[in-house]
Design a protein around this ligand. Sequence first.
Ligand code: FES
Length: 97
Amino acid sequence: MEPAEQPPLRLLVCVNRRFGRDRPSCAARGSEKLLAALAPMLAALDPPIAAFPAPCQGRCSRGVTLRLLPTGRLVLDNDPRQPEAAIARLLSPPEGD
Ligand code: FES
C-alpha cells in the first residue's frame, strides 16, 4: 500500500485594509509587499507552498496575518521587511499563537 499523498500546502496572506484611524490592518502594515517577497521564496521550497492574497483573517491587531492551509494554522505578527523570518516561523512547530 502506498502512503497517503499529502495535500499541497498553501499560504493565505491577509491583504485586507481597514479604513479609519485606530483600525489596524495587514495592508496598512505592508502585507502586499510581504506577499510579493514570499511568493517566489515559497514556490522554490520542496515541497513548494503557493501563496495567495486573502481577506481579513480576524486577527487585525496582530498582522501581518498568515494562514497555512490545509491545517488553518495562523502565524501572526509578521514583519514585511523580514520575509525570511516569516518563512522560518511558518516552517517551525506552532508556538501557540
Ligand atoms: S486585516 Fe489582516 S487579519 Fe484583519
